[in-house]
Design a protein around this ligand. Structure first.
Ligand code: FMN
Length: 255
């Protein structure tokens, strides 16, 4: 079973490619996260968790979903962190999440995919992003081959300063930076409502044909990047800046 969380589709792309190689089922954790619930997994076999890296760690909503879920005993737990260069202290959090659930930790791998944090960083050009995704494919295939062969993922060392620093900055980061307060629409908004269905936290509702953001944002950047009209801004800092429209928009050939 491959369980994923995604904002802009990179992690779904990675999870889908692993599933194609291992013939595992895919499960979108947002189906439960939207309801604030965990899931009751009963299938024996390996569990593969795929998620983006947020501030050097897995998204707290995803860790919370794992914590609330139930798993059968004696199953291996593989973690695949999808990032834009650094997965920081993620393996520390992944190991802890597995151990808390009685799963047999089988390692954390990293896949570099395009940057999607539009609110704070410049996202790449289409051609640059295509190149990144092309380079990610053999990495994903190597991970899938490990999983299919029942081997542990090679251990990636987490530097001591990263282990110490991440827990210190993570809570303040979520408290002071992660909020939907700065999201707004520009005059390109046609009130289509697509943002409401894109939000993995059900945090957007339509009022008078305009999106209104609630208080449970995790900064996944799905709304701002995947809006078909590029009609969402984050304060003033995203005005005139490129959006990342996700791997599907780049029309990547399958290979
Ligand atoms: C809130 C937030 C925090 C992020 N923090 C990191 C980070 O610490 N390291 C990193 O390499 N990429 C970071 N990124 C980039 C994403 O991890 C990366 O673009 C990922 O592929 C997005 O996956 P998704 O499309 O499945 O949401 C961050 C992105 C967001 C939105």
């Amino acid at each position: 079973m491959i369980i994923y969380f995604t904002g802009t589709g990179n992690s779904r792309f990675v999870a889908g490619r692993i599933a194609a190689a291992t013939s595992d089922k895919l499960f979108d954790s947002a189906l439960c996260i939207r309801k604030g619930e965990g899931a009751d997994f009963t299938e024996p076999g390996d569990y593969v968790f795929v998620a983006p890296v947020y501030a050097a760690a897995p998204p707290l909503v995803f860790l919370d979903f794992i914590r609330r879920s139930r798993f059968p005993g004696d199953c291996h737990a593989y973690f695949v962190m999808v990032c834009a260069g650094s997965m920081g202290a993620s393996p520390v959090y992944c190991r802890r999440a597995a151990e808390e659930k009685g799963l047999l930790y089988a390692g954390t791998a990293k896949v570099d995919m395009p940057q999607n944090y539009t609110a704070y960083f410049d996202v790449g050009t289409s051609s640059g992003n295509r190149r990144i995704i092309r380079a990610a494919r053999p990495v994903i295939d190597g991970i899938a081959s490990c999983i299919r062969g029942g081997r542990e993922l090679p251990d990636l060392c987490v530097k001591m300063w990263m282990r110490v620093l991440t827990p210190l900055v993570l809570r303040p980061y979520y408290r002071f930076f992660v909020s939907a307060k700065q999201f707004r629409t520009n005059d390109r908004c046609v009130g289509c409502g697509k943002c409401t269905s894109l939000c993995p936290l059900n945090n957007i509702v339509m009022k008078e044909r305009r999106p209104v953001w609630g208080s449970s944002c995790t900064h996944c950047m799905a709304c701002i990047n995947l809006c078909p009209a590029d009609a969402i801004e984050y304060g003033r800092r995203t005005e005139g800046k490129r959006r990342y429209h996700g791997p599907d928009s780049l029309c990547m050939r399958k290979s």
